[in-house]
Design a protein around this ligand. Structure first.
Ligand code: ZN
Length: 69
């Protein structure tokens, strides 16, 4: 099965429950074959640390976009 025609939905949901109109401006990652979006890079980092817990909403998403290494 091929899916050559992918019609994007008008709104993208972030992994933490927010909505995005323009996901290209936000960080994203792949989770179980699906692309998921994050409101901030800090949010993405929290996801990377424990993807399953984050997707199960067991991890609070960080509000501040901190650029720490
Ligand atoms: Zn978030």
């Amino acid at each position: 099965m091929t899916e050559s025609e992918v019609i994007p939905p008008p709104e993208y949901k972030t992994a933490c429950g927010g909505k995005l109109k323009d996901p290209s401006k936000y960080p994203s990652a792949e989770y179980r074959g699906e692309r998921v979006y994050f409101c901030t890079r800090a949010c993405l980092r929290a996801f990377e640390q424990s993807p399953d817990a984050f997707m199960a909403r067991e991890v609070e998403h960080p509000i501040h976009d901190e650029d720490e290494m």
